[in-house]
Design a protein. Structure first.
Length: 109
């Protein structure tokens, strides 16, 4: 998310192409340090910031996320013409230190 630590380190020079709430089959959680998306059968309204990045930057982000058990998943958002890739937690439930973000928008908490 713009303005937070990983954005400032990895994406600071890049503006999001889209900022929107979208109905996607995920739930959002947080441990007060960062957000996490977990796959869900139901659609939930989640705030997304979508960036267009080059292959080198994508590999850099993959290296950042993989040790924390995240992978990229392709999904369709009806408001965006092309399918997008998002980072999703590898497991069906978040760690016990995470709480659900019911409004779908992480604010650093």
């Amino acid at each position: 998310m713009t303005g937070y630590s990983n954005y400032n380190v990895y994406l600071k020079e890049i503006e999001p192409s889209y900022k929107l709430f979208a109905e996607i089959p995920f739930k959002m959680f947080s441990n007060y340090l960062y957000p996490m998306l977990v796959a869900n059968k139901e659609l939930n309204s989640i705030y997304l910031e979508v960036f267009e990045i080059n292959e080198l930057k994508l590999k850099e982000l993959d290296l950042l996320e993989k040790p924390y058990e995240y992978h990229r998943e392709t999904t369709k958002v009806k408001e965006i013409p092309n399918r997008i890739e998002i980072y999703v937690y590898d497991h069906e439930t978040p760690p016990s230190t995470f709480h659900e973000i019911k409004n779908g928008k992480w604010d650093g908490k």
